[in-house]
Structure formats: structure tokens, C-alpha cells
Design a protein around this ligand. Structure first.
Ligand code: SF4
Length: 335
């Protein structure tokens, strides 16, 4: 249950409306004038044997995700790639799950690959039911299933039980740019998943805002996940320098990402948000021992930061720019 203290996370209406418009304006710059076609549903595959860019990912449960009004932060790489290919990212089409095809792909993974993640160019919450089917296949093969989600849809009790029994790890992204309803839903999700016995890892999508209200909201979010003893991670949002939403960012506290038009600040809370993002982790990661940070032995955590998002200090000390982790922000090309 959420307590009254989250009132401090609630943005006033005018601020929320401003963020929504900036997100929409940013997204619209990526949408071509020509007519867009709906995405094709595709078979769900796993790893490089399934034609994916690396062995840690699966295809999404649905193709497509959100419209220009909602696609996350006005910066989603998956949305940009779909629109750039003339595909309507706002139309969701179910992908097909063929058990034997998924099993064959898993059998071809290197034995060092101990986890796979879902939530690559869409969000698993659009079809949690299919997500549980996938989890059962993956768990039967002895691997850890990780979902990267913004929890647009809650899970009912029986689905929740299935995910927990199969030890699915839920990584839920939280941002100061989330609207009040989204944030509440996401916090409720991580609390209820952990209450049911599962491991939920909040991932703070951080940024340096040029406004005290936004920075305070982000700080409060970090305080909240730590106060509630979650094993929390941090990723640094990347903003195209010319996107309308970037007007919310303190550019003095950013650097360009190497060879790109995007700026970022790096991890701002690296001394407090101690757990790795999935794209940082070694292939043999096989899950946390508890959903409570205080019950986890932290001595092994350093070994999980194989290809980490750079910290803020590192980013600011290198005007030539860093590249992000190799496995992050890889778009899906259909054509
Ligand atoms: S949920 Fe993920 S894929 Fe969908 S718009 Fe947001 S960032 Fe992009």
C-alpha cells in the first residue's frame, strides 16, 4: 500500500501538462509525413540464434507501444526507429509465442548466458499473460527471466503468483517525467510484487533538470525507493540536443554522448543506487537473493558492473564523450 508520503511526488496539473506537451512535440519531430503502416506481428525469438542483436534479449510480446502523445520522455529509441521505418509505434500488435521455437533458441545460447530479458522495443505489461507463458519456458530451461517494464498494466493475483513462483525479476523504470498516475501505478506495482514474494528492482531514469521542483521530485523518488529498502538501479536519460523536451534539462550538467546528437548527465546517484542496470551486467547474472536491499550481500555487487553507465563525474570530466553500454538503446529494424 502506498502511504501518504507520496503526496510529495505529485506534480501540479500545469507542470504535468507542460511535460506532456513537450513529450508530444518531441515525438512528432520523428514522425514522417507519409502514411504509417501498422507493425506486423512476429514470432518471439531469443538471442542471436533468433536473429537478435545479442544473447540477452528476446523479441517483444507485442510489436508497437505508444503514440506520439505518450511514447516515453519524447526520446524513446524504439519509437524513433519504428517511425523512421514508416511503422506506427502507437499501434500494438500481438507477437506469437511458439514454445518449441523459443526452446530451440534457448538451447543455442552459450552456457554462460544465465538470464534473458524482455522489454526491448516495447513493454511486457501490454501482455503479461504471454509474459508468464514465456517465463515458464525460460524457467524450465533453468534461466532467469527479467522483465524491463513501465508497468502500464497491473498484474492480477494469479499472474503475480505465476511470476513469483518462476522467479521472474521485475525491473520497473521510474522517472521524474512520469505523470502522477503512472508513478503511483509503478510504485504500487513494485510494492505488491515484493509483497507477493518477488524481486522488483526500481530503475531510476535520472536527469539533471533546470528546475528545482523537478529535481526535488527526482530526489524524493530516490529517497522513497531507498527508504522502502528496494534494490534500486539508475540509468541516465539521453536527450537529443534539439528536442523540445530538452528544454527541461540543465545543459551545463550534461555532455554529448560520443558521436551522437544526444546529451546526458551520467549516473547522479551512483553512491546510493547501488544495483546495476541489466545492460551493465555479466551474462552469468542469475538474480538477487532478496527483494530487500538490506538483506543482500553487497560485497559482490561491483562484479555486476561490467559495462556500466558512466557516473556524472566521469561524464563531466570527459568533453570527448563516452559511449553508452553496448547492449543499451539498440533499436529493432524490420525492413
Ligand atoms: S515503454 Fe519502452 S518501448 Fe514503450 S515508449 Fe516507453 S521506453 Fe519506448
Amino acid at each position: 500500500m502506498l502511504t501518504r508520503d507520496i503526496e510529495q511526488l505529485m506534480l501540479p496539473k500545469h507542470r504535468s501538462e507542460q511535460i506532456t506537451s513537450l513529450i508530444q512535440e518531441s515525438n512528432e519531430t520523428y514522425i514522417p509525413q507519409r502514411a504509417l503502416k501498422a507493425p506486423d506481428g512476429i514470432p518471439i525469438r531469443v538471442g542471436m540464434a533468433g536473429g537478435l542483436p545479442n544473447n540477452s534479449i528476446t523479441s517483444d510480446l507485442v510489436s508497437g507501444c505508444l503514440s506520439a502523445k505518450q511514447a516515453c520522455y519524447g526520446t524513446c529509441f524504439a519509437a524513433k526507429a519504428f517511425w523512421g521505418q514508416g511503422i506506427d509505434f502507437g499501434v500494438r500488435v500481438e507477437n506469437t509465442l511458439n514454445k518449441s521455437l523459443v526452446e530451440q533458441d534457448i538451447d543455442k545460447l552459450p552456457t554462460t548466458q544465465r538470464y534473458i530479458r524482455n522489454g526491448w522495443n516495447s513493454d511486457p505489461s501490454w501482455n503479461w499473460e504471454k509474459g508468464l507463458e514465456l517465463t515458464r519456458i525460460v524457467r524450465d530451461k533453468g534461466l532467469l527471466m527479467i522483465f524491463i517494464s513501465k508497468a502500464f498494466r497491473a498484474i492480477d493475483e494469479s499472474l503475480m503468483k505465476g511470476f513469483v513462483e518462476n522467479k521472474a525479476e521485475m525491473r520497473i523504470s521510474l522517472s521524474g517525467l512520469d505523470n502522477n498516475a503512472q508513478l503511483k501505478k509503478r510504485l504500487e506495482f513494485i510494492l505488491s510484487y515484493r509483497d507477493a514474494g518477488g524481486v522488483a528492482i526500481p530503475v531510476i531514469m535520472s536527469a539533471c533538470y533546470n528546475d528545482e521542483e523537478m529535481n526535488k521530485r527526482q530526489e524524493f523518488l530516490v529517497d522513497w525507493v531507498l527508504k522502502n529498502d528496494f534494490p534500486a538501479a539508475e540509468n541516465s536519460l539521453r536527450f537529443p540536443i534539439d528536442a523540445p523536451v530538452t528544454s527541461l534539462i540543465d545543459l551545463q550538467k550534461t555532455q554529448f554522448i560520443k558521436d551522437s546528437n544526444d546529451v546526458w548527465s551520467g549516473r547522479l546517484f551512483s553512491d546510493r543506487l547501488l544495483f546495476p542496470t541489466t545492460t551493465s551486467m555479466p551474462d552469468d547474472y542469475d538474480g538477487l537473493s532478496s527483494g530487500y536491499a538490506s538483506q543482500i550481500d553487497k560485497s559482490q555487487l561491483k562484479a555486476l558492473f561490467v559495462d556500466p553507465v558512466k557516473t556524472h563525474d566521469q561524464v563531466m570530466s570527459n568533453p570527448d564523450g563516452f559511449v553508452p553500454p553496448q547492449k543499451s538503446g539498440v533499436p529493432e529494424y524490420r525492413t
